[in-house]
Design a protein around this ligand. Structure first.
Ligand code: FUC
Length: 768
């Protein structure tokens, strides 16, 4: 499980080089390793270094314009028309988009995730370089660069430790005294102070600053220690000569605190000094020493990463860029990439989302720009959800906890948004995009900004967290109050249209007109009401019996899924056919199928809808952005069509995977252009979904196995109910299946037309 290369990462253009760099991360911080021989810049991020928010003056990620932040709400916001008024206008033809004026938010002070800076390492040697290798070992989460020069073997190792909250780099040589290196640190922010000094035989470099936009304080500490040789500390660099090895440890922090205190008083700051937070971690880590830090880090990483192992016939030992060039040339070549990318999605989640951190954003935690695409933010209409789809099924439950905590913190802001735009008495919602400063307002563009059912969509992730982990405590204390609030929002916000209950106004994500009762909204609300009822039952919340009956009643009245005249699932209720031809037929969002995946509304028991879902996907085609392909793998898996799911896997590799295996956003873009981690996460979820499904009340092994993966094995996938599944198969048929029950719940397995039901005991393993 290694990504390796025989050349350094491309230093072509600033914008795209991150797609050849190797990512490491400890959840809080990310860094990108280039492995340049003489002059290497290690770019790094700290997750909370954002412009915008309270005090932020920037607009849509661009500094310097706009007015002060108001949580995305326009300062002259007036009461918008009621849902009933919208519906009446839509029905009698008097609706114009002007009615949406007060349903839109503003970009003022939205902000953007920032680049923190660079650790620069200038290596002093003269001879020709040979035997160059740069790699990222997914099993240890250690990156390295090695080569020979002047007849000496040089090696650099880089890792990001979650237990120690630091990043460490060690430079060594196989000849004593051969390391000669100049270190310097650069900030990516204007006005940062950088100081160099000597402390107890080590070099200490501090970055301290305040973001010009929102006065957020930030700091980083670097300590470099040489093993033998000479160290000279200058004002702007540190020079190690004749050292056997040099270790650098660093950490960064800000004074950000994720705490919403109300529109008027929120500050999103704590009183701590980021300089001392970073210094405490680094000083402690230096005392621990490199070997112990490394051992602790590997153990911590392996506890998570090592839970799942996929074998479908990989094993080609070639540089990843060569494997990509040769994609399609041989089964072993392709299986190698397919296994690697599967595990890479898991690796990236471990590196960007750990208990106590913020959730992984559009770019995980890796962003070398100050004005990144979409601010490197949280998108709630698919992208953030997709980042976490694989967390349960691939056994990374803990990594989803940051999402639970983040949504919990945002609910009070979402309650204000719910009142302001929908006029509801209780409940919360959020819309299309958000920053780390509690923004839940609708977006500032008519064609994408309005999307209140995203509350249900993100709750689906939280519910799935529970279903896979069986963590009843988190369900009771954190998740249930969140999903109940989202359900209450819809209890209050739905309006009657004849016999039906519908969402008004309603917009299919980034596609089509403002209308009512889009398939997206209706299906998500159906899912939300159903899992809220299940949570009430599971937790035996008799005090919520009334809500339970209300939801039960409302589910029956929700406008049902409609089939359009092409036989597709209609995306828009008022125009089931026409818009399909007017709007983009191959649009990346396939929002009308949320009930197929990640939802459960469209399933084997609804064969008519399943057929319509197939027609929908066929009409949409097999292209679009990286994340869209990731989603389509999941869709085709839920349609039990492994070969079609695999076609998407192939398209993803051909069109949308960069040299460092980052998923790309634009289809057919140059291989190393802008990335979003959602494509990676969606792919990993999709592959798991091809091998195991459990959303229909039973476990189904190999539901969508493509012909090319005819023989293989997987260990450690998780089925709902907390069952850990190991299986092997050959010639496309299941050979063995072992089920470890972590909960003691009864188990049902269905394979072909055979169904087995049995009771289980907690901790016991069952073979089928
Ligand atoms: C979504 C998509 C875009 C992009 C953006 C960050 O809403 O429609 O393709 O991924 O989020």
């Amino acid at each position: 499980m290694k990504l390796w290369y025989d050349a350094p990462a491309a230093e072509t253009s600033y914008l795209n080089k991150e797609c050849t760099l190797l990512p490491i991360g400890n959840g809080y911080m990310g860094a990108l390793v280039s492995g340049q021989v003489l002059s290497e810049r290690l770019q790094f991020n700290e997750e909370s270094l954002w412009t915008g928010g309270p005090g932020g003056k920037c607009k849509d990620g661009m500094s310097g314009v706009g007015s002060l932040y108001n949580f995305g709400h326009s300062r002259d916001h007036k009461s918008p028309p009621s849902p009933a008024e919208f519906l009446a206008a839509m029905k009698n033809g008097s609706y114009t988009d002007d009615m949406m004026r007060d349903m839109m938010g503003t970009a003022d002070g939205y902000g953007a995730y920032q680049n923190f800076g660079y650790l620069c390492m200038d290596h002093q040697h003269t001879g020709d370089v040979c035997d160059y290798k740069r790699e990222l070992d997914l099993e240890t989460a250690v990156a390295s660069t090695s080569y020979r020069a002047d007849n000496i073997g040089f090696k650099r190792e880089y890792f990001a430790s979650y237990p120690a909250r630091i990043i460490a780099v060690r430079i060594s040589a196989d000849k004593p005294g051969a390391v000669d290196i100049k270190l310097a640190v650069q900030s990516a922010q204007e006005g940062a102070q950088i100081s160099y000094c000597q402390k107890a035989g080590a070099a200490c470099i501090d970055i301290n600053g305040v973001l010009a936009d929102n006065a957020m304080k930030y700091a980083a500490r670097f300590i470099a220690v040489g093993n033998s040789g000479k160290m000279t500390v200058y004002d702007d660099k540190v020079h190690f000569e004749n050292a056997d090895s040099v270790m650098i440890v660093f950490s960064a922090a800000t004074d950000y605190k994720n705490e919403f205190l109300g529109l008027d008083s929120s500050i999103y700051r704590c009183n701590t000094d980021p300089g001392s937070i970073a210094a405490t971690k680094v000083d402690k880590a230096v005392k621990t020493g490199y070997d112990k830090l490394l051992a602790e880090h590997i153990e911590d990483h392996q506890t998570l990463f090592g839970r799942v192992c996929l074998c479908i016939g990989g094993g080609s030992d070639a540089p990843v860029d060569t494997l990509l060039d040769r994609y399609g040339s041989s089964p072993q070549n392709d299986r190698t990439l397919e296994e690697l990318l599967f595990q890479y999605g898991r690796y990236m989640l471990i590196a960007s989302s750990r208990p106590g951190t913020l959730p992984a954003n559009l770019q995980g935690k890796w962003n070398p720009e100050n004005e990144p695409p979409w601010s490197s933010d949280y998108h709630y209409n698919i992208n953030l959800q997709m980042n976490y789809w694989h967390s349960g099924i691939t056994n990374l439950h803990e990594c989803a906890l940051p999402l639970v905590d983040f949504i919990k913190e945002i609910v009070p802001s979402g309650e204000i948004t719910a009142r302001m735009y929908n006029g509801v008495k209780s409940g919360w919602t959020l819309h299309t995009s958000g920053n780390i400063f509690g923004l839940t307002a609708p977006g500032w563009g008519l064609e994408w900004g309005w999307s209140p059912a995203n509350n249900a969509f993100i709750c689906q992730n939280l519910w799935d967290y529970y279903e896979f982990s069986n963590d009843t405590e988190t369900l009771r204390n954190k998740i249930y109050p969140i999903i109940k609030g989202a359900a209450l929002f819809w209890v209050n916000a739905l309006v009657k249209d004849g016999k039906n209950l519908i969402a008004v106004p309603s917009l299919s994500p980034e596609h089509g007109p403002v209308t009512y009762a889009t398939a997206y909204d209706q299906q998500l609300i159906w899912e939300l009401f159903n899992f809220t009822i299940r949570a009430i039952d599971l937790l035996e919340l008799t005090e919520d019996n009334e809500l339970r009956s209300e939801l039960d009643k409302m589910i029956k009245s929700l406008a049902p899924v409609q089939i359009g005249t092409f036989g597709q699932i209609a995306e828009w209720r008022d125009q089931p056919t026409d818009y399909d031809d007017i709007y983009d037929k191959e649009h990346r969002h396939v929002s009308q199928l949320v009930g197929l995946h990640p939802g459960t509304l469209i399933n084997k028991e609804t064969p008519g809808l399943l057929d319509a879902a197939r027609v929908t996907l066929e009409r949409r085609g097999d292209g679009a952005t990286g994340w869209s392909m990731g989603w389509k793998i999941n869709f085709w898996a839920r349609l039990f069509d492994g070969n079609h799911a695999y076609r998407l896997v192939q398209n993803l590799f051909r069109e949308n995977i960069a040299d460092n295996l980052f998923g790309l956003h634009i289809m057919g873009a140059p291989r190393n252009s802008g990335f979003q981690i959602d494509a990676n996460m969606g792919y990993t979820a999709g592959v798991a979904e091809m091998l195991l499904q459990s959303h229909a009340g039973y476990i189904e092994p190999l539901p969508a196995l493509p012909d090319v993966w005819h023989t293989g094995s997987i260990k450690g996938l998780v089925a709902r109910g907390g069952f850990i599944i190991d299986m092997s198969w050959s010639d496309g048929k299941l050979d063995t299946m072992e089920i470890t029950s972590t909960t003691g719940l009864p188990c049902t397995v269905r394979y072909g037309d055979v169904t087995k039901m049995f009771d289980t005991e907690k901790g016991k393993k069952y073979s089928i």
